[in-house]
Design a binder for this molecule. Structure first.
Ligand code: SF4
Ligand code: SF4
Length: 307
């Protein structure tokens, strides 16, 4: 059985590479005992702000067997999105993950292809695919599978890639050979904590989501509290500061996904952003993660960060 398990793991990892995923690691589907008290405390401290959905599915978040019948394995995958071309200086900033076509669309299509090809190669597998869209603790699973460590800025860092990648999962009912975690390489570094414009990294490894610019510009539906007025650093959608300053991202290499290259917003000038109409927003961001703020949210952000 052991031989068969490792053979399947090899097939899966080869297939992941063929589909363009940069890294693939596998863990046994089980209760995330270490994460449970941390998640509970984070929610108790209201670090999720108004992200009520974080309170839902507490049990499912911690146990993949409640998401997929007879789940045996969690396959974690990394997909690089670090761009070659960046926005020009002094324009409202959008997070790099939102430069191209919406990752939900791009990666979900790949995951379905992945599952289909595993069924062809291995046999009748029951499974579900996830990319930042369901109650799966993606960073915890990726770390458990040896793809990196959950760092002081709460991102997953991979020694070769840095942290500019998407994390996706396949939860399946097939037993496999499992990988193990690696150590934490943050060491004595505190660059992300020192650089965070809103002091949202309240202590190493704990981000108060309610203070994070990503939350303020994307998740928050009301007005952005005035206490953040001079702290937004020009971010109109998301924030990359704690990743940009991380020494592990000095090794980042450009991605190979053509669908992440096509954002017209990359060429926007300051006035293009400020004069953006709802019609243009709907047209340009129809297949972009930026649509999550809706037009009203983006306009609110642009107004808020205007000097
Ligand atoms: S994304 Fe920006 S605001 Fe949020 S923790 Fe990182 S540096 Fe701070
Ligand atoms: S900036 Fe330093 S402390 Fe922060 S995540 Fe990177 S290595 Fe870790």
């Amino acid at each position: 059985m052991k031989i068969a398990n490792s053979k399947y793991s090899d097939i899966i990892k080869a297939e992941a590479r063929a589909l363009g995923f940069d890294f693939c690691g596998i863990s046994k589907a089980e209760f995330l005992a270490q994460e449970a008290p941390r998640l509970e405390q984070w929610l108790k401290n209201k670090h999720h702000g108004e992200m009520k959905y974080m309170e839902n599915y507490f049990d499912k978040r911690l146990d993949p067997r409640l998401l997929v019948d007879d789940a045996k394995s969690v396959i974690s995958l990394l997909y690089n999105y670090y761009p070659e071309k960046h926005q020009t200086a002094n324009v409202p900033k959008i997070s790099k993950y939102a430069y191209g076509q919406d990752y939900h669309e791009v990666i979900k299509a790949k995951l379905h292809e992945f599952l289909y090809s595993l069924k062809e190669k291995i046999g009748n597998i029951n499974g579900r695919v996830f990319v930042d869209s369901a109650p799966v603790m993606d960073k915890a699973w990726a770390a458990k599978s040896g793809l990196g460590w959950v760092a002081k800025n709460s991102n997953l860092i991979n020694k070769q890639l840095g942290s500019f990648f998407f994390i996706a999962e396949l939860i399946i009912d097939l037993e496999l050979e499992y990988d193990g975690p690696i150590k934490d390489y943050c060491g004595t570094c505190t660059r992300c904590i020192d650089a965070c414009p809103t002091s949202a990294i309240v202590e190493p490894y704990i981000v108060d989501g309610s203070k994070c610019i990503s939350y303020l510009t994307i998740e928050l539906k009301d007005e952005i509290p005035t206490e953040f007025k001079d702290k937004m650093n020009g971010w109109a959608f998301g924030c990359d500061v704690c990743q940009d300053v991380c020494p592990w991202n000095s090794f980042s290499k450009p991605h190979h996904e053509p669908l992440f290259n096509n954002s017209p917003a990359l060429n926007f000038s300051e006035s293009d952003w400020q004069d953006l109409t709802e019609e243009t927003f709907n047209l340009i961001f129809k297949h972009s993660a930026v649509k999550r703020t809706k037009y009203k949210g983006l306009k609110r952000n642009l107004k808020f960060i205007k000097p």
